[in-house]
Ligand binder design. Sequence first.
Ligand code: PEP
Ligand code: MN
Length: 339
Amino acid sequence: MLIVMKADATDSQVEAVVRIIQSLGYKPHSMRGATRTAIGITGNQGPVDPSHFENLPGVAEAIRVSKPYKLITLDLRPEKTVVRVGDAAIGGEELAIIAGPCAVESRSQAFAVAEAVRRSGARFFRGGAFKPRTSPYAFQGLGEEGLKILAEIREAYGLKIVTEALDEAGVDLVERYGDVIQIGARNMQNFSLLRRAGKSPLPVLLKRGLSATLDEWLLAAEYVMSEGNYQIILCERGIRTFAQHTRNTLDLAAIPAARRISHLPVIVDPSHGTGKNYFVTPLARAGVAVGADGLIIEVHDQPDQALSDGAQALNLPQYQQLVSEVRAIHEVITPASVA
Ligand code: PEP
Ligand code: MN
């Protein structure tokens, strides 16, 4: 059930609806939009009786939701969500660029890359302290020590820190040192992790799972939102197909497809999406051209020495070149053309 308030509904009328939802034992999710407020209802097992709401002052409509998602949908919030991270944003007018190494390997490596990321004008720094590696013998990340290096980078350069949490204890740590919780492709359906991130005050960057359909991906976002965290960024990072020329197949159609259903910002990861350095810039250009709100790019000061994902890392000059190219493309993508 979705309660749409009239455009001139007052705050106390919205409050009254919220209280009735709570008194029925359900959870209200109030979304204030540019033209009207809508209130999503979750926590109900069966259908909610619209007659509880229809005649309340300020209520325009009580709509039954037949789709599997209730909160990520444009029905609840027709305008795009802008995820704000301090004075930076994802989903606003500016193209968001999140860049940095796959993993924080050392203080000097992370600082060398961060300096270049700052110089490019990007607002977000990425770097894994906890790495989900296919092999248990591969470099697993520096753990909390890596997070401390990231916190120093935030301090030194004013960059916002995007870093992965592999489990619920990892969310506690990312909350202490970071700005955005990354949930990796392999964890997209780790429901206890999604619920924990849904209780966090930090925004969540939710990667698409390796074999996830659009609906599964959006429902993963719904898990986070149903706990009350509405600050989510969707990230297309490629899916597993029969193609062997790339590490994954970057599904760029997923960007307009997600946008058609959801108000959440969508970004593209051409690094994991292709797995090879020479594909990253062309697919980054394409991602911006299809209307992505941002990019997440792996960059390394010495890609051939990288402890993880070196093959897909851009070196510093390549990264700088990419940023100027995608900014130029973003300039000509008007909001109307990606509506
Ligand atoms: C990463 O960003 O380094 C990462 C592990 O990504 P994904 O979860 O998309 O594989
Ligand atoms: Mn990586």
